[in-house]
Design a protein around this ligand. Sequence first.
Ligand code: 13P
Length: 258
Amino acid sequence: MRTPIIAGNWKMYKTPREAVSFVQELKTAVAGVQDVEILVCPAFPALLPLSVVLADTNIKLGAQNMHWEPEGAYTGEVSAEMLREIGCTYVILGHSERRQYFGETDTKVSKKARSALDDGLVPIICVGETIDERKAGETQTVIQRQVRGCLNGLRAGEVAGLVMAYEPVWAIGTGLTASPGDAQEVNALIRHLIGELYDRATAASVRIQYGGSVKPGNAATLMSQPDIDGALVGGASLKVADFTRIIKATVETLKPWS
Ligand code: 13P
């Protein structure tokens, strides 16, 4: 049984002070939630203060990016070890905004994933097609290329423990959500491909999120799909009430009688 993971990707929103006040509210709102993993991924300056507030809570901390080298003359970059030392357990890699604006490629993502795993961080690896690729019927090809490229060099045991996130680019921040059926289809495709590249046990164990305009109103149907193991939430993770409703909707989908 895969534990769903609901992650808030705050992008370049919230100052450290705003972030602290947000999680102080959130930790009360989600206290007692057990069967869903909860993660917040603030901008770098908020990581350290949040790690203090989140100690001994059920909310984990993740970063939105990192460099693949352990250290060096890379102005403006941070390493996996630095993130680990300040309390991060996860790191988002290959988000479409990083691919679009900062030259992130599948090769770079695979190097970052290698480094994250070596330092004990769990990568959340994002893949997803653009609207033009979808319209051209290239969704499968694009996803397969990205998955192969990003996982290049990783071992089965490592892949089994990481998180993939299917985020169709056209659904990010647009209010357009992939239908539960479409999201399920791509998540199943990713799982199937991982089964081919590795083995069935690895495919059965890897968690695959969906991201792209996940809201309180659509979370339950998306999270009920068999191959969707959580959500990477942007806009709706910036409001305590909305993020909490998404988490609680996910908990509800786990009840056998629901
Ligand atoms: P939205 O939920 O705002 O569409 O953003 C999704 C996303 O990019 C999460 O990483």
